[in-house]
Design a protein around this ligand. Structure first.
Ligand SMILES: NC(=O)c1ccc[n+]([C@@H]2O[C@H](COP(=O)([O-])OP(=O)(O)OC[C@H]3O[C@@H](n4cnc5c(N)ncnc54)[C@H](O)[C@@H]3O)[C@@H](O)[C@H]2O)c1
Length: 257
């Protein structure tokens, strides 16, 4: 396991104990990092505080990623409390339920806007806010979470697939902008995992069986396996890797018909 002791990290996207971001938070803490976790609304604050209480000396801060003001406030607080930042994990995604239930062609302008704003633009806004803190540390690592639905059609994934395509493209443009500051930007494309976000996709459980039947490793993946890959991308072990989308999906993406 890479060593993250003495490092400070921001984790956005913990909703409950099944969240992929929570598995990454636990692995980063086990590797020695001190963390800030965020919650998007009062409804989720208690969940996040309860989980954070199991970590060593965490910060728990509000951040609705659809709010420029809350993103700016988060940057100021992190700077004051941590004096810089070494890594940032972006695990926020949202699309209105109706956009995941109806045919893609029915996607409304507002659903499209909201999905792209929360699930893709937020990486740009948050990375801009934390980049100066990473510069103070001589560089940093930004990591987001994506899905193969960015490139292929998965029933009901719909506008979230479009948002993931924008997210992955944003990873490449951010990597090009921030590379000269030694800030790396990567994504993990995870296999399907049963989480709160996944529960919003109708027919999701049938996708899980497809992984067991078709993936080269004949199984799905779990949060801990994504977290292990994440720690590699957050640590100096991956110091020459940026602009990359790493597939952590039991090999499912290589399979054709
Ligand atoms: N579960 C899967 O099968 C799977 C596969 C590949 C990628 N992903 C991606 O992993 C990431 C994490 O999802 P998850 O599966 O762990 O589910 P999750 O529901 O635990 O996490 C999604 C998070 O997004 C947050 N969020 C939504 N709107 C927000 C807002 N306005 N401001 C701040 N946060 C907001 C939620 O609070 C939640 O913490 C997402 O980007 C998801 O698309 C998931």
């Amino acid at each position: 396991m890479p060593d993250l002791s003495g490092k400070h990290g921001l984790i956005v996207g913990v909703a409950n104990k099944r969240s992929i971001s929570w598995a990454i938070a636990q692995a980063a803490a086990a590797a020695g990092a001190r963390l800030a976790l965020t919650y998007p609304s009062e409804r989720l604050e208690e969940n996040v505080r309860e989980l954070a209480a199991t970590l060593d000396n965490p910060l728990v801060l509000p951040c609705d990623v659809a709010s420029d003001q809350q993103i700016a406030d988060l940057g100021v607080t992190l700077d004051r409390e941590f004096g810089g930042l070494d890594f940032f994990v972006h695990g926020a995604a949202f699309a209105p339920k109706e956009a995941l239930d109806s045919p893609f062609v029915e996607t409304s302008r507002e659903s499209f806007r909201m999905a792209l704003d929360v699930s893709a633009y937020s990486l740009v806004g948050l990375t801009r806010a934390v980049a100066p803190l990473m510069e103070k540390r001589g560089g940093g690592s930004v990591l987001t979470l994506t899905y193969l639905g960015s490139q292929r059609v998965f029933t009901n994934y719909n506008v979230m697939g479009v948002a993931k395509a924008a997210l992955e493209s944003s990873v490449r443009y951010l990597a090009a902008d921030l590379g000269p500051k030694n800030i790396r930007v990567n994504a993990i494309s995870a296999g399907a995992i049963k989480t709160l976000a996944a529960a919003g996709i109708s027919g999701f459980s049938s996708i899980l069986q497809v992984y067991r039947d078709k993936a080269p490793l004949r199984r799905g993946v779990d949060q801990g396996e994504v977290a292990d890959a994440a720690i590699f991308l957050l640590s100096p072990d991956s110091r020459a890797i940026t602009g990359e989308v790493l597939m952590v999906d039991a090999g499912y993406h290589v399979v054709g018909f």
